[in-house]
Write a protein that binds this ligand. Structure first.
Ligand code: FE2
Length: 231
């Protein structure tokens, strides 16, 4: 199974200027061509949150118009998104319309599973997995315990080495760590949020964050502060 990931597309309304992210639409429009250049065609694309800048329905309509309809893109919410607007504009995407408020679902393939988690609570910038969301995860994992499984969600649970992000708390991180340690079929945790590629070992798995299609942040090395600590 080949999977492509995009993240933090931050699509804005027409005419709105984001000084810190002046180009969000153009780079996303180039994604289908970039994917087409790859040696294998992905079965689907994972979009790991912050799909829009402010969660306005018009932004989701614009996103929908840009996404390549020939490849299914599975959407996950980030801290900039609004679930009600996502569900309104992507009303025909049945996986978005499960029971309950958080958008969590499983993508099943014969040889692989992706478990999409909702790590945003709609009010805070930082990661949030409450007991109900984690219990849902814990109930999914024994369903196919021997199938390699990816957890995909917006917020990385790892220390990133970027102080701005590392000072944000991640509610539920310790409980997620416990679940991950207990389920060795979890081969990857795929995330976004920090607008840059990092890769860390974490509780027996590997957490990878994707760069953003909008301008990425840069790791700045401060001599007194190591950029990254790899556990
Ligand atoms: Fe984010």
């Amino acid at each position: 199974v080949v999977i492509a990931q995009i993240s933090d597309t931050h699509i804005k309304r027409r005419g709105r200027v984001l000084p810190h992210m002046p180009h969000v639409v153009g780079p996303l429009r180039r994604v289908p061509a970039s994917i087409a250049e790859q040696p294998s065609v992905p079965s689907y694309i994972l979009a790991t949150g912050d799909l829009t800048e402010s969660g306005h329905p018009e932004e989701y309509r614009r996103l929908r118009e840009i996404l390549d309809a020939r490849v299914v893109t599975y959407l996950m919410p980030g801290n900039h998104d609004r679930r009600d607007a996502m569900r309104e504009v992507f009303a025909d995407s049945s996986y978005l319309h499960g029971p309950g408020e958080p958008i969590q679902y499983v993508i099943e393939s014969p040889l692989m599973r992706v478990i999409a988690m909702d790590s945003s609570d709609g009010t805070r910038q930082s990661g949030y997995l409450d007991a109900a969301r984690l219990q849902w995860l814990e109930e999914r994992l024994p369903e196919r315990p021997h199938v390699p499984t990816i957890i995909a969600m917006h917020h990385p649970p790892v220390q990133t080495g970027v102080r701005y992000f590392d000072e944000q708390p991640f509610e539920g991180r310790e409980e997620l760590a416990r679940i991950v340690r207990a389920h060795p079929q979890i081969r990857r945790i795929l995330c976004g949020h920090i607008h840059q590629m990092i890769c860390r070992t974490w509780n027996g798995t590997i957490a990878v964050s994707s760069p953003s299609t909008a301008p990425t942040t840069e790791l700045v090395r401060v001599p007194s502060e190591p950029v990254a600590v790899v556990a």
